[in-house]
Design a protein around this ligand. Structure first.
Ligand code: ZN
Length: 105
């Protein structure tokens, strides 16, 4: 099965086309600089991984973002290919069938 990619948010994206999960959960906690390729999580971390909480349950941000922008089976692994700590840029997310490195979650 292939990873299906949804359209990423860019300069021409209309507000109504931006996924609600992104606007509610991610956008208030992400820092993007004009010339910075990495989108940095300013929310909570657990063991070096960006996390957030829903009803006191911990969720991994990279996986949550991957699910917004890509379609892939639940048992596949997500990681950040740039290895920049705290980066959650959907373009830098790697989705693999098999666990490949210790940055995976
Ligand atoms: Zn990055």
């Amino acid at each position: 099965m292939l990873v299906k990619r949804r359209a990423l948010i860019n300069l021409h994206t209309q507000l109504e086309n931006i996924p609600k999960e992104w606007l509610n959960v991610i956008e208030p906690r992400v820092f993007r600089g004009a010339f910075l390729p990495h989108w940095l999580w300013s929310g909570a971390y657990c063991k070096g991984h960006p996390v957030f909480y829903v009803d006191r349950k911990q969720k991994r941000v990279v996986r949550f973002v991957a699910k917004i922008f890509y379609e892939f089976p639940d048992d596949w692994h997500t990681s950040i290919s740039c290895r920049h700590p705290g980066c959650i840029n959907p373009n830098h997310i790697r989705i693999r069938k098999f666990h490949s490195n210790h940055y995976s979650d």
